[in-house]
Design a protein around this ligand. Structure first.
Ligand SMILES: Cc1ncc(COP(=O)(O)O)c(C=O)c1O
Length: 451
């Protein structure tokens, strides 16, 4: 059998099915870019990403102006390279930083690479989903640990919940340290009226953006946006994690994004957000589905809990796809997430509503079991993630793991935040979490003579 071009055929076949996309990338298959024409290299005319003095410099300025900030660095290797680069640039081995435990794996990897010792925030939950960091917890940690070099938080999180950046920024300023926000899921906020809810407009110093999640650009388009003065340091850090052949196709996509947002993008975003607000009102009335809404949330991220619905998440996901051509962004055991961007239409939102209503009728009601399995974390870092990464390790049964140091990271959905982090001393609670969420009976631990 000839297996050549299987991937490409699959992509074309998938496109032919005309599913309605409520997932990334934000362009939803609706932008047109002539790939090979735009895919060039550094030429006299085309400038250089890390020594920009021509069209790239101008294009970055355009994007910065459209976001409403001082500086932008394109990240053609995604927000992942931004998180790695910022840690690498701003911290020294052994520095302590306050880190949101609800962080992306690239942040844990950044800790390993930079040698930073994280002081993790506590997590609280709503319907089993981790809530954003609370300023009162951050305040307490800042008082307890006076030598913290930065506050690093995720906002919004994957479920569209936002941290109170204004209060966090006030705390950071009081302690004269930067507030850095992994804002991978929030670039569209910059195009709301007055940049409402965007981290930099609420006082953050640096924001790491994954443009492709919510806006019409190609996958892997990211940017660091900031108002601080560390431009050269950050650029050098990012350079370490960027290909020496940065994609001009991706950079052109970002260039075109800034242009589109300047012309009609804001208006399109406003319109779809208004439709989304109406959609939410209707979803709230669907009997067996529970729309997740916390104190601060992104209206364009629809998160539904099936706690009152007589189905499993897999059955619901399959039903929406097979019967209604609706493809979601992600699911965990209990929730389904839909991402709406300015490339979705009012009609598509209506289809989503009809599908959810039909699903509720089809599956019916069930009594929720709200009290089950809310995890808690007691984090004591016995060594830095970097030291643990480079230590010798051994696989041990969980029955012997209390008091030992984790030699691997464990991240599961739920609870969507790391249940074990390299370098963390494991407690009874850690072991319970690993059993419950990862279903494992063993873990890699740092060998005892190394600890
Ligand atoms: C919170 C967060 N930060 C960073 C990233 C990495 O973004 P990218 O895919 O652009 O590298 C992700 C990706 O899902 C994310 O969810």
């Amino acid at each position: 059998m000839n297996n050549s071009l299987q991937l490409t055929k699959t992509l074309y076949d998938y496109a032919d099915k005309n599913y309605i996309s409520f997932h990334t990338p934000g362009h939803k298959g609706k932008i047109d870019l002539p790939a090979s024409v735009l895919d060039v290299t550094e030429l006299e005319e085309t400038d250089n990403l890390f020594h920009p003095s021509g069209v790239i410099e101008e294009s970055q300025k355009e994007l910065a102006a459209s976001l409403g900030c001082n500086q932008v660095i394109f990240l053609p290797n995604g927000a992942t390279s931004g998180n790695l680069g910022v840690f690498y640039a701003l911290f020294r081995e052994g520095d302590k930083a306050l880190v949101d435990r609800n962080c992306h794996i690239s942040v844990i990897n950044a800790l390993v690479l930079s040698g930073v010792m994280p002081v993790f925030t506590e997590s609280s939950f709503f319907d089993h989903l981790p809530l954003p960091v609370e300023p009162k917890n951050v305040k307490a940690l800042l008082e307890k640990e006076p030598d913290l070099k930065a506050i690093f938080v995720t906002s919004p999180n994957y479920y569209g919940m936002l941290a109170d950046i204004r209060q966090l920024s006030a705390l950071a300023k009081q302690h004269r340290i930067p507030l850095i926000v992994d804002e991978a899921h929030g670039t569209h906020f910059y195009y709301n009226e007055k940049g409402q809810n965007s981290a930099l407009h609420c006082g953050a110093d640096i924001s790491i953006l994954s443009l492709h999640k919510n806006l019409p650009v190609l996958t892997q388009c990211g940017a660091i946006a900031y108002n601080s003065n560390d431009f050269d340091r950050i650029k050098q850090g990012v350079k370490c994690f960027t290909s020496t052949s940065p994609s001009y196709l991706l950079m052109s996509a970002m260039d075109q994004l800034a242009d589109r947002m300047r012309k009609k993008g804001r208006e399109d975003l406003k319109k779809i957000t208004e439709y989304t607000v109406i959609l939410r009102e209707k979803i709230r009335k669907i009997k067996n589905l529970f729309l997740i809404e916390t104190e601060r949330y992104d209206p364009t991220r629809i998160v539904i809990s099936i706690k009152n619905c007589n189905t499993t998440i897999d059955r619901l996901q399959d039903y929406l796809k097979q019967k209604h051509r609706i493809v979601c962004e992600m699911t965990d055991e209990r929730h389904i997430v839909f991402i709406i961007t300015l490339c979705n239409t009012e009609k598509e939102l209506e289809c989503l509503y009809d599908a959810l209503l039909a699903a509720s009728d089809k599956f019916g009601h069930s009594v929720s079991n709200d009290e089950s399995e809310i995890p808690s974390f007691s984090s004591h870092m016995a060594m830095s993630p970097k030291a643990a990464h480079f230590s010798q390790k051994e696989e041990i049964p969980l029955s012997q793991a209390v008091g030992r140091i984790a030699g691997e990271n464990m991240i599961c959905f739920p609870p969507s935040i790391p249940i074990a982090v390299l370098g963390e001393q494991m407690t009874k609670q850690t072991i319970e979490n690993i059993r419950k969420f990862a279903g494992r009976e063993s873990i890699l631990a740092v060998k005892q003579e190394q600890a």
